[in-house]
Design a binder for this molecule. Structure first.
Ligand code: FPP
Length: 244
């Protein structure tokens, strides 16, 4: 892993960062602009985050682009978001590939248009061997959906479930949409709300939770570095105790 320009030792950096990118609508409203402009500026912030994560040596990044619940937004906003995802995939994929980004979409992707699904699959296949940054884009995703689909897969195997909890947990975790990514170390939510909103529920079990009032389109490299510096000072006990 490259040395961080922040001077944070590698063992104090998060391996997996998950981000709820909230505040696009309010960012636009403050400027008397349509919400869709907020999402467009949000896309720029996504590009900055990917670059920063790559440069600062964060190997796994998961971003919440569209939740299972976002389908209930007005049709015009859902359409605009779909067009934005399509455009982002067409325009940003070359640069991501050049930078060694492996792209994966997690969620109930069958709900997307055939054109979008096909682009998603192409992008995943093209970047499958990249190793600089594993980027998961959660789309039509919900943490409860993920747990339920993992349970279904486990049951569908027809094998007897292990009595031992550790063995059962291991069998279950490989069925999660995020497997084989490690658990989340640092959860970031922009936009001032302090909730998880059905994002990665199982995977956040021991994550440090970082909330900022910064609206997503304003989230830049400096804001990300502030979150990483905050994380480096957390004392993680994973349910145990640490001697003074
Ligand atoms: C939440 O803000 C944001 C979303 C539901 C969409 C996230 C999409 C992007 C950041 C755009 C680009 C993404 C990719 C992967 C290319 P909100 O609309 O709920 O804002 P509000 O709470 O201020 O209304």
């Amino acid at each position: 892993m490259p040395d961080s320009p922040l001077g944070i030792p590698p063992d104090m950096r998060p391996a997996h960062v998950a981000v709820v990118m909230d505040g696009n609508g309010r960012w636009a409203k403050q400027r008397h602009l349509p919400r869709t402009i907020g999402h467009q500026r949000g896309r720029r912030a996504v590009r900055r985050l990917i670059e920063a994560a790559h440069q600062l040596g964060v190997p796994y990044l998961t971003i919440f682009a569209f939740s299972s619940e976002n389908w209930s937004r007005p049709a015009a906003e859902v359409d605009a978001l779909m067009r934005l995802f399509l455009k982002a995939l067409q325009r940003d994929i070359d640069e991501m590939h050049r930078n060694g980004v492996r792209l994966r979409f997690i969620g109930d992707c069958a709900r997307f248009s055939p054109a979008l699904q096909s682009l998603m699959q192409q992008a995943e296949a093209r970047t499958a061997e990249n190793r600089q940054l594993f980027l998961q884009v959660a789309v039509s995703y919900g943490g409860q959906w993920d747990i339920l689909q993992a349970v279904r897969s486990l049951m569908a195997s027809g094998d007897a479930l292990p009595a031992d909890d550790a063995a059962l947990r291991a069998r279950f975790e490989v069925q999660l949409a995020t497997a084989p990514c490690p658990p989340v170390d640092l959860f970031i939510r922009t936009g001032g709300e302090q909730r998880i909103s059905n994002f990665l529920l199982w995977q956040l079990a021991y994550a440090e939770l970082y909330f900022t009032d910064c609206l997503w389109p304003d989230f830049d490299r400096a804001a990300f570095e502030t979150a990483l510096a905050w994380f480096a000072h957390r004392q993680r006990r994973f349910g145990g105790v640490i001697d003074d």
